[in-house]
Write a protein that binds this ligand. Structure first.
Ligand SMILES: Cc1cc2nc3c(=O)[nH]c(=O)nc-3n(C[C@H](O)[C@H](O)[C@H](O)COP(=O)(O)OP(=O)(O)OC[C@H]3O[C@@H](n4cnc5c(N)ncnc54)[C@H](O)[C@@H]3O)c2cc1C
Length: 479
C-alpha cells in the first residue's frame, strides 16, 4: 500500500532551516508539508543556543553598534572571498528581521552575546531550558495550516526533465509514501551522523582526528538526493572547533566545570613542543585549526595548582557564555571520576614526568619546553608566538593538570549549490525549477573555518536561508 499526499511546498527535515521554510511558506498562504524521519521536531538544532542577528532591535537597545556592512566586510575578508558574497549579504541583511520574526512567533531571547573577548555581539541566545525555537515555529506553522509527517524518511526527489514533481519515501512502519509537490525544500541538516560520508567528503576520520557531535538521523541524505536530482556540488566542510572528546566536551569546548582547561595557558603537542599562541584558544575555530595540524590531531593544555587557585579566586581569563565557571569547581573530582570511567583525555599528576607519561607526551621535550616557557613568563616576553604578558603564567607547583584537545564539530556543511534565492543550481549553473535547499545542506558560506567572531552564524544561516527559500518557493508555486 502506498500513501499519496498532495501539497504545494514539501519540506524535507524539521530542523532550523526546514521549520523556518515551512512556517514562512505557510504564512504566505502556500500549503506546506514537512517530512521528518524522527518522531519529534528538529535535529542538531536541539543543541543550539541561538542565532546570529545583525542590527537587531535587541542590539540597538543594548547600544551594540555593529552594522550589516561591517559584518559583511568582516565575513568576506575572513573567507577570502571564496564564498558566495551575494548569499552572505542576503542572509546577513535579513538577520535583524528574522530575530523580530522569531520573536513574533513567540521566541524569547534572553541575551545578545559575543563568543569570546573581542568578538562581535551577534549571538541572540535563548534560555537553554526554554522551549526550542523549532517547537515554537511549529506551533505557528500549524496555525497557518502546515502539516507534518513524522517518522517518514524521504528517499528520492522526483523530477521530470528538470521539473520538480515531488518526492518519495517510506515511514517507519514500512509504508511507502508518494508526494506530489510543486516545490521541494531540502533541509536535512548535513551528515554529522555518517562517518563514512564525512570521510569521503572531508577526509576527517570520525573518532580519530574528529569528534563531531553526531546525530545518527543526519546522514547526508538530502545532499545525495539533490545531487541525484541534478544539483551541482558545493564544497563539504565541518563547522569545527577545539574540544575535549565527549562526554567531557561541551559547546564551549569543555564541560563548564572544566572551563579552566580552555584558557590561554601552556599548550603542547605530543612531542612536548608549543605550537600556538595559546591566546587564540578563545576562538575555538582557530584553536581547532592549530590543534588539528599536530600529531594525531592532538594538543594538550597544561596548568598547575597556583593557576587553578587563581581561577577559583578571580575567575577565568575566558568565560564560557551562559555557562559560568563556578568558583571552586571540583576539577580534581571530575578528573578522578573520568579516570574511573576509563576516559582517556584528562590527567592530574604530582610531577611533570608523571603527567608526561600519563598523557603520552615526550617527557624530555616537555621538561625543556616548560623551562623555556617559565623563562618567558619571568621576562614577560614570548619570543616564539608573542602571547601577551598577561597570559604568561608559569607552570611550577603540583598538582599538574592536563587535557588532550582535538577537533570537534557542530555539523557537516555544504554539498548543494544554491544561489541567493536558495534555488538549487544544476551543474550548468541553471536554476532547477521548484527545488530549494537551506540550512547545513546548502551552507558553503563559511569557507574553511567557522566564523566564531560572528557567533550564531550556523543556525543564523539556517533560519534566514530557510525563510528566503520559502519566500521564493511560495512565490514559485503561486505563480
Ligand atoms: C550542541 C550544538 C550546539 C549548537 N549551538 C548553536 C548555537 O548556539 N548557535 C548556532 O547558530 N548554531 C548552533 N549549532 C548548530 C545548529 O544547530 C545547526 O546549524 C542547525 O541545527 C542546522 O539546521 P538544519 O535545519 O540544517 O539541520 P537540523 O536542525 O539538524 O535538522 C535536520 C532535520 O532533518 C531530518 N532529516 C534528515 N534526513 C532526513 C530524511 N531523509 N527525511 C526526512 N527527514 C530527514 C533530521 O531528522 C532533522 O530533524 C549547534 C549545534 C550543536 C550540535
Amino acid at each position: 500500500m502506498v500513501k499519496y499526499v498532495e501539497t504545494e511546498v514539501a519540506v524535507i527535515g524539521s530542523g532550523a532551516a526546514g521549520m523556518a521554510a515551512a512556517c514562512a511558506a505557510a504564512e504566505r498562504g502556500a500549503k506546506a508539508t514537512i517530512f521528518e524521519k524522527n518522531s519529534r521536531i528538529g535535529g542538531s538544532i536541539r543543541g543550539g543556543m541561538g542565532p546570529l542577528g545583525i542590527e537587531s532591535h535587541l542590539q540597538k537597545e543594548k547600544h551594540l553598534h555593529f552594522t550589516a556592512e561591517e559584518a559583511f566586510k568582516f565575513h568576506m575578508d575572513f573567507t577570502h572571498w571564496k564564498v558566495d558574497a551575494r548569499l552572505v549579504g542576503e542572509y546577513i541583511r535579513k538577520s535583524a528581521d528574522t530575530i523580530s520574526w522569531l520573536e513574533g512567533m513567540g521566541v524569547k531571547f534572553t541575551d545578545v552575546a559575543a563568543y569570546y573577548p573581542g568578538a562581535y555581539f551577534t549571538w541572540h541566545t535563548v534560555d537553554y531550558e526554554a522551549e526550542k525555537i523549532t517547537d515554537v515555529l511549529f506551533v505557528q506553522a500549524k496555525k497557518f495550516g502546515a502539516e507534518i509527517y513524522y517518522e517518514t524518511t524521504v528517499k528520492k526527489i522526483l523530477n521530470d526533465n528538470g521539473r520538480i514533481l515531488g518526492l518519495s519515501g517510506r515511514d517507519n512502519y514500512g509504508k511507502d509514501i508518494m508526494v506530489q509537490a510543486k516545490a521541494v525544500v531540502v533541509a536535512t541538516g548535513g551528515g554529522s551522523g555518517n562517518a563514512a560520508w564525512i570521510k569521503e567528503q572531508t577526509g576527517y576520520n570520525q573518532g580519530q582526528d574528529l569528534f563531531i557531535i553526531s546525530y545518527p538521523e543526519i546522514q547526508g541524505e538530502g545532499v545525495r538526493m539533490a545531487w541525484e536530482a541534478g544539483a551541482a556540488a558545493s564544497p563539504v566542510t565541518v563547522d569545527a572547533f577545539i574540544c575535549l572528546p565527549d562526554p567531557y566536551g561541551g559547546p564551549g569546548g569543555t564541560l563548564e566545570e572544566l572551563g579552566a582547561f580552555r584558557q590561554p595557558n601552556l599548550m603542547v603537542n605530543l612531542d612536548g613542543e608549543r605550537f600556538m599562541n595559546e591566546e587564540i584558544i578563545k576562538n575555538p575555530g582557530l584553536g581547532g585549526n592549530a590543534v588539528h595540524r599536530q600529531k594525531n590531531g592532538c594538543g594538550i593544555m597544561i596548568f598547575d595548582a597556583p593557576i587553578k587557585d587563581d581561577y577559583a579566586e578571580y575567575g577565568l581569563d575566558y568565560g564560557l557564555v551562559n555557562r559560568p565557571f563556578r568558583k571552586g569547581a571540583p576539577i580534581d573530582g571530575i578528573i578522578e571520576k573520568a579516570r574511573c570511567e576509563g576516559y582517556e583525555h584528562l590527567f592530574m599528576a604530582d610531577s611533570i614526568e608523571e603527567l608526561s607519561a600519563a598523557a603520552g607526551i615526550d617527557a624530555r621535550n616537555l621538561a625543556r619546553t616548560i623551562a623555556e616557557y617559565n623563562a618567558a613568563c619571568d621576562s614577560g616576553r614570548d619570543e616564539i608566538f608573542y602571547k601577551p604578558p598577561k597570559y604568561l603564567r608559569p607552570i611550577t607547583k603540583p598538582k599538574f593538570y592536563a587535557a588532550r584537545f582535538f577537533l570537534s564539530g557542530y555539523g557537516v556543511l555544504g554539498g548543494i549549490k544554491i544561489n541567493h534565492h536558495a534555488e538549487v543550481l544544476s551543474k550548468e549553473h541553471e536554476v532547477i525549477l521548484g527545488l530549494y535547499a537551506a540550512g547545513n545542506d546548502a551552507n558553503d558560506v563559511f569557507g574553511d573555518t567557522y566564523p566564531f567572531a560572528l557567533a550564531g552564524s550556523s543556525s543564523g544561516f539556517c533560519y534566514n536561508i530557510g525563510r528566503i527559500a520559502r519566500e521564493n518557493a511560495a512565490k514559485y508555486v503561486q505563480s
